[in-house]
Design a protein. Sequence first.
Length: 263
Amino acid sequence: MNAVLRSLLSLLPALAVAGLAQAEPTTIKIAVTAGPHAQIAEVAKKVAARDGLTLQIVEFNDYIQPNAALDAGDVQANSYQHLPFLQSQVQARGYRISAVGYTVTFPMGFYSRRWKSLAELPKGAKVGIQNDPSNSGRALALLQKYGLIRLKATAGISATVQDIVDNPKGLQIVQVEAAQLPRSLDDLDASAINTNYALQAKLVPTRDAIAIEDPKNPYANLLAVRTEDKDKPWVATLVKAFQSPEVKQLVEASFSGSMVPAF
């Protein structure tokens, strides 16, 4: 056996491994919350597959577990949260998670089974808001926008009930886990409900909300990955899929303005 042939034969195992690696598509798990985020992910999954990225969609029913699963490496990405929420979770829990692209915005609304507007709320009314810092600040900002309360000028997007400096009607602010707020409507005068949970409860923001955010706001939802992965090639493919014309078409055709593209 001559030297050239021996050299070629020695390369065969490495070439076989390389060929196998190229033949196998990249597969990642992505965490989403049930409802609209899962619907978007299903469309993005089809788009990503055309570019060789296989998505395995893992659904959760709360806002805490998707980040915990991502930080632990049980999933490689998630799509369900806005930047203020991610920042609050990183600060509170030390997660090494980074945002890599925007997806959609869900304008938050207040809902009520008793009243047709926030202005109708009586003195001492019980008003439900989320119990996580970023979403509670968002709900309080909406109450301020409609003139029900006034917040400290320095409160910002992470305002808390302690930042309320004027409450003319003496509203009783009740903090509830976000997913439970639709169920609180029988017990409270009004509740702030994130749009994904509103839709699950058969509430249409543009039809049923008694107050609603402007569509363009600081709470655009995003894709997140572990910080160590943010520059990997599959991340760019993932972002491209979620920001695709197919996803935009779904959003604009299926959600009646309750969700708008943020890309």
